[in-house]
Design a protein around this ligand. Structure first.
Ligand code: C2O
Ligand code: CU
Length: 481
């Protein structure tokens, strides 16, 4: 990272300049006897460098494409102007091989964010292109250590190389590319050194294509203080485990309450029968202090506009498709594919019928050829282009509710660009904390309502962050105008 540059002028925000080069490289993911693994890296490492700025600073990132294909960088969860959002064709031309693009935006919200390509993400992210973006509060809460864990998931072959079966039909139609090797900050971890009495702010970022984590902290009682970068009233996680779908983040306060010299295993319990030890907390012989500190944990709120539910528009969004999708959709009174409520059929207007019918048939042909598997309101997106008719147009600066129904047999972490939203209900029950998120994990057959003020103009992606589901069509455009 280049040194901090001060701009002339009394009130000018500080500017951080960073250079990111995406290119093939080699990295030691798995422990000995495995050797290095070929991966795609930012600045030669996996994950890419941690970009750290202060809230209110301006960030300028020059991205160079050293890959053999086009790319972009998306600043996941950061409320950037549309032109800086990194969505190929929709918000910018893809960065051609050997070319560069300069992103520049203000760090409006403090929190834990990350960056990744939005071009053929299922392969570019799956080969290692991602990194953490930490925006610090002007006055961070007091902790002994501020630690970032970038959780990665890889499908490695016996040779230690990455299996190249990206975007295969099976992964697309089921739960995505769940791998066989989980890394923390790009290494298969064994232990993480801690001291009794130590307080750690642990920033977890799930960069996996598809793996969902449910972390059991082995008798430690983590307190969740932020989700997807946004502060939440400090609380113990429901059910005691920290659940993170792809792209989601959690900031935890973990007080190290174990005895000196002891070890405790953090276990991921999300997939039943496939539980595994993620990493051990390894206590040093000397304690830092005898008991946990009582320092405040509450984070200052970010400048998010509060949605007004009394005036909010209401928008139904139905997710369908995938393996066993016919059955679930039928149970729930929905139909799969074109013709579902609000889908292409619903859009046809008298008079324009033939034209729309032609484009619909074209769409269906493309879908069949590309093996479209997933639908939002009956429409499967073409992942290659990212350009499509908006599925919703939301009035700017007004409040909106999106009511999502997951009429499929699988989990979907649904992500909206350019905004954070409050999760206001699940299956008709108001949520306890009305948490702000940018990605909400929706369980099979679940209904989730989100609410937000559409204050950021432009065309924004709304998609599933299981990258194989996105590639299989589970993506749409929401226009704020
Ligand atoms: Cu993390 Cu559409 O992106
Ligand atoms: Cu999905």
């Amino acid at each position: 990272m280049l040194p901090l540059l001060r701009q002339p002028g009394a009130n000018a925000a500080a500017m951080r300049e960073v250079r990111l080069r995406a290119a093939p490289g080699r990295t030691q993911l798995a422990p000995e006897p495995f050797g290095e693994t070929s991966a795609w890296c930012y600045n030669g490492t996996v994950p890419g460098p941690e970009i750290r700025v202060r809230q209110g600073e301006r960030l300028r990132v020059a991205v160079e494409n050293g890959l053999a294909e086009e790319t972009t960088v998306h600043w996941h969860g950061v409320r950037v102007p549309n032109a800086m959002d990194g969505v190929p064709h929709l918000t910018q031309a893809p960065i051609a091989v050997g070319e560069r693009f300069v992103y520049e935006f203000d760090a409006v919200d403090a929190g834990t964010f990350w960056y990744h390509p939005h071009q053929r993400g299922f392969e570019q992210v799956g080969r290692g292109l991602y990194g953490p973006l930490i925006i610090e509060e002007p006055e961070p809460i007091r902790v002994d250590r501020d630690v970032t864990w970038v959780l990665g998931d890889w499908r490695l072959m016996k040779s230690g190389e990455i299996s190249d079966d990206f975007g295969n039909r099976h992964d697309i139609h089921h739960n995505g590319r769940v791998g066989n090797t989980v890394t923390i900050n790009g290494r298969v971890p064994d232990s993480f050194a801690v001291r009794k009495g130590e307080r750690i702010r642990l920033r977890l970022i799930n960069t996996a294509n598809a793996r969902i984590f449910s972390l059991d902290f082995a008798g430690h009682e983590p307190i969740v203080i932020a989700l997807d970068g946004q502060p939440v009233s400090p609380h113990a996680p429901d059910g005691g485990q920290v659940v993170l779908g792809p792209a989601m983040r959690a900031d935890l306060i973990v007080d190290m309450t174990g005895e000196p010299g002891s070890r405790a295993s953090i276990v991921d319990r999300f997939y039943q029968g496939l539980e595994y030890r993620l990493v051990d907390l390894a206590y040093a012989d000397a304690p830092l202090r005898e008991r946990a500190p009582d320092w405040p944990m509450e984070l200052p709120a970010n400048p998010l506009p509060e949605p007004d539910l009394n005036t909010a528009s209401r928008n139904e969004v139905v997710l369908t498709g995938g393996m066993m999708g016919e059955m679930v959709a039928q149970d729930m009174g929905e139909s799969v594919g074109p013709g579902a409520p609000g889908g292409m059929m619903g859009d046809m207007k008298p008079g324009g019928m033939m034209g729309d019918m032609n484009s619909m048939m074209g769409g269906m042909m493309r879908m069949m050829n590309s093996g479209a598997a997933w639908f939002i309101n009956g429409v499967a997106a073409d992942e290659g282009s990212h350009v499509m008719k908006p599925m919703l147009t939301l009035a700017r600066d007004k409040s909106h509710v999106i009511a999502m129904t997951n009429a499929t047999a699988w989990h979907h972490p649904m992500h909206l660009h350019g905004h954070s939203f409050r999760v206001i209900s699940r299956n008709g029950q108001p949520t306890r904390r009305r948490e702000w998120q940018d990605t909400v994990l929706v369980s099979p057959r679940e209904k989730v309502e989100i609410a937000f003020v559409a204050d950021n103009p432009g065309d924004w992606m709304f998609h599933c962050h299981v990258l194989e589901h996105q590639a299989g069509g589970m993506m749409g455009v929401i226009r704020v105008a």
